[in-house]
Design a binder for this molecule. Structure first.
Ligand SMILES: NC(=O)c1ccc[n+]([C@@H]2O[C@H](COP(=O)([O-])OP(=O)(O)OC[C@H]3O[C@@H](n4cnc5c(N)ncnc54)[C@H](O)[C@@H]3O)[C@@H](O)[C@H]2O)c1
Length: 386
């Protein structure tokens, strides 16, 4: 079986290493920081022991999987026999490019090189290699062992065969793959922006408080977590940075404009659950999503965030970021949305969505509420997605 190299033994690298070793591969896990590697060893051992205790695997299976790990501290050339190397280091373009430049000196000629970047250009990372055709994006979701979805992102230089081979390996790990164009945020991190952005907007305008917005999205919309709970859970440093990166990467398209409320939380160090305080206070007086008797208000909140999500998904189809099927699959498996957004669009009626977006545009005259040309064209000829 192909030997797998993982570079970066943080949250993602450790999770991906677990997935690959469980699927039967020898895994070479490298980190430039000895403490990080030590933490990964402890995490992997504890996780496998816990799975054995819970009866998800036998103790001997857990030991067999653990023996497949090779923890590499200093020598990058220990990865020379790997057939696929997945990079999961810090989200910094120059550092990633430096690593890929270094890697090409030590790896096998037929080794595939993947980046797990969330928001950087795969094409730009690939350009650091003499053979950029062997580079692609393989984007796992956190926690990698639990999340079914993996986005596969060919760079413009990537050889089609490499995409097929990489996809086959990832699918053999019991993951569902979708293909995304190398554009900012790929599928999930692009299409999900309004879930946070429009919720923040509704809050900042004073239309409703966070507890009501969260409640509406859960109770009326059927989402597992409300936008504010989810941002607190992800961490505002991470969530805000993704928003800001995508905003810049889209040449400052107002649709992706970050929010001052969230920026202030980051500045204050109120990073969410991990720091004890974000939008909610986790130390005392936790205000949970709270029922609101104003059914019209709750319905309006859900509709407004819902149409913005659908508009983003439709626009991703319009710009050929991915197929409609892959977009629906990505949002249900990557961020656990209760339903595919384009399936939802059909149920709500394309006409209704266009009208709701146009009503918002009419009030605000802001580009963020512009309706995707695809929806407009579909409404004209009464077409549906499915
Ligand atoms: N955390 C998420 O939810 C998530 C989800 C999908 C993708 N990603 C992406 O995955 C990558 C890793 O994210 P993470 O959350 O695991 O980060 P992390 O901070 O938990 O881990 C990064 C690890 O990389 C190591 N590292 C940094 N520079 C290195 C170098 N030059 N060589 C070798 N090791 C180096 C660090 O010591 C650290 O252990 C990023 O590109 C991120 O955007 C993160």
């Amino acid at each position: 079986m192909t030997k797998i190299g993982i570079i970066g033994a943080g949250a993602m690298g450790t999770g991906i290493a677990q997935v690959a070793a469980t699927a039967g591969h020898e895994v070479y896990l490298y980190d430039a920081n000895a403490d990080a590697l030590q933490r990964a060893i402890t995490t992997l051992r504890n996780t496998l022991d816990m799975l054995a205790q819970k009866g998800k695997m036998t103790e001997s299976a857990a030991d067999t999987i653990f023996r497949r790990f090779h923890f590499v501290e200093k020598k990058l050339d220990s990865l020379r026999d790997c057939g696929l190397i997945i990079e999961a280091i810090i989200e910094n373009l120059d550092v990633k490019k430096g690593l890929f430049d270094q890697l090409q000196e030590v790896i096998a000629p037929d080794c595939m090189l993947a980046t797990n970047t969330s928001s950087l250009s795969v094409t730009s990372i690939a350009s650091a290699c003499r053979e950029p055709q062997r580079v692609l994006g393989i984007h796992f979701f956190n926690p990698a062992p639990l999340m079914k979805l993996v986005e596969i992102i060919p760079a413009i230089q990537t050889n089609g065969k490499i995409v097929e081979q990489a996809q086959a390996i990832i699918q053999s790990w019991n993951k569902t793959t979708v293909i995304a164009k190398d554009t900012p945020g790929f599928i999930v991190n692009r299409v999900a922006r309004p879930f946070y952005g429009e919720a923040l907007r509704i809050y900042e305008e004073g239309i409703a408080d966070i507890a009501t917005i969260d409640w509406a999205m859960k109770e009326v919309g059927g989402f597992k977590m409300g936008p504010f709970e989810l941002m607190d859970f992800i961490g505002h440093d991470v969530n805000y940075t993704v928003t800001e990166t995508i905003f810049q990467a889209f040449f400052y398209d107002p649709r992706y404009k970050p929010s001052f409320s969230q920026k202030r939380l980051v500045e204050a160090g109120y990073l969410g659950k991990k720091s004890g305080r974000g939008f909610y206070d986790y130390n005392e007086n936790v205000i949970k999503p709270r029922p609101n008797e104003d059914a019209v208000l709750c319905e309006t909140i859900f509709e407004r965030i819902g149409v913005m999500l659908i508009n983003e998904a439709a626009d991703a189809v319009f710009w050929k970021v991915a197929t409609k099927e892959d977009i629906d699959l990505a949002m249900t498996l990557g961020v656990n949305y209760p339903k595919g957004l384009l399936k939802w669009a059909d149920e709500w009626g394309i006409d209704t969505i266009v009208k709701t977006l146009d009503d918002l545009y009419h009030v605000y005259h802001e580009d963020r509420y512009r309706c995707s040309p695809l929806l407009r064209k579909m409404a004209k000829v009464k077409e549906t997605f499915y």
